[in-house]
Write a protein that binds this ligand. Sequence first.
Ligand code: FES
Ligand SMILES: [Fe+2]
Length: 440
Amino acid sequence: MLTREENELLCRVEGDAPMGQIFRRHWLPALLSEEVPEPDCDPVRVKLLGENLVAFRDTDGRIGLIQEACPHRGASLFFGRNEESGIRCLYHGWKFDAEGQCVDMASEPAESSFCDKVKIKSYPVVETGGFIWTYMGPAETMPEFSPPVWQPSPETNVVTTKVIVDANWAQMLEGSIDSAHSSSLHSSDMVPARVPGAQSTVTQWQRPSTDKSPRMVVQRTSYGFRYSAIRRPIKDAATHDYVRTTLFVAPYIVHIPPNNLHRSCTVHVPRDDGSTTFYFVAFGSDTVPAQEDWRKLHSNRVGIDLDETYRNTRTAANNYRQDRKAMKLGNFTGMPGITNQDISMWESMGPIVDRTHDRLGASDLAIVEFRKQMVEAAHTVAAGGPAIGTSEPRVPLSALQSFEGIVPKSSDWRTLGATETEIEIAARQAKAGGSQAAAE
Ligand code: FES
Ligand SMILES: [Fe+2]
């Protein structure tokens, strides 16, 4: 449970809200490259941290991410003409380049220098691995862009779903770090099997355990926390554990356990207080599924399951087209697609779930730690301190790794899958005064 004030601190990201300020100290995925595929293509609306923006790729291929409202009299630049290295407002013809500089004012006298004096809000962008990233904080705290968790090398194969969800980022992130729910909500898609470790097939994920109530352990780290769900394996249960380790990379990424084909991250980027852009990323080598297969697995194909603005056609209004007949025949949810199942639960909680009277159990340990850590982080920023995940020494995001496997019971879950860089930095921090507080 949280107090009403703590819940507000955890969830609110618009305006000066401390949590929004934390997000503004990190590079954020703003949109996918596929949304602006070529020079002078259609502009797209982007909403981030309560701000309405427009993204466009200009004639020279440069990406602009600028305020949506034209500074003249407020018409939307989304409807503008994207041509000849800028976007032109339809209303009176003012034109802006990718940096937000006004470059032409059709409505003003030719000799006027007014145009030079008008510059609108624009955010810096970096395009890599199919994502367009932005930084929305003060220039003096802007960190150098570094590759995300899902791009340890430029050669890494990366595919992703994208869907806009009408729910606050924090309740979605809590779903992503909630290892226990997969044994229920996703039980028709993630099935127990006598396999050596988590396996992915075209239609389902298999795992070597029938244990529905994992033992949870969590340890705070410099980037967030690492936690493991420890289950009884189908084979060798007397001597071995089935360990699935998830990383919370504050403030918005969850690195979930891998399977035989790929590693995965879920990404929760707040659009505003009540809605979030959700990306489900799979990455790795040649065995990563093709983009369309990955989206099909999650029932998140653009033009089939989603409209062209990445909004789900299954919504609260049509009860996510839940198929009760399929449920009678054995499907657990009557809803296809792992992500769809999650979305129906996240949205059903209301745009911002009331945490003042929820009832958490032993399997909610990671959720308790997430709330504690992020409410503390919001207090720190509100008091003028650094944003979580921005202080040195830091583990490079691309050096983080989740884990899954059947291991001897004597194994130390804290180091399973951790790279040498992470172990070395954790040891240094522990020596320096224990920022590595265990929350087990
Ligand atoms: S409102 Fe955009 S040019 Fe007038
Ligand atoms: Fe889920």
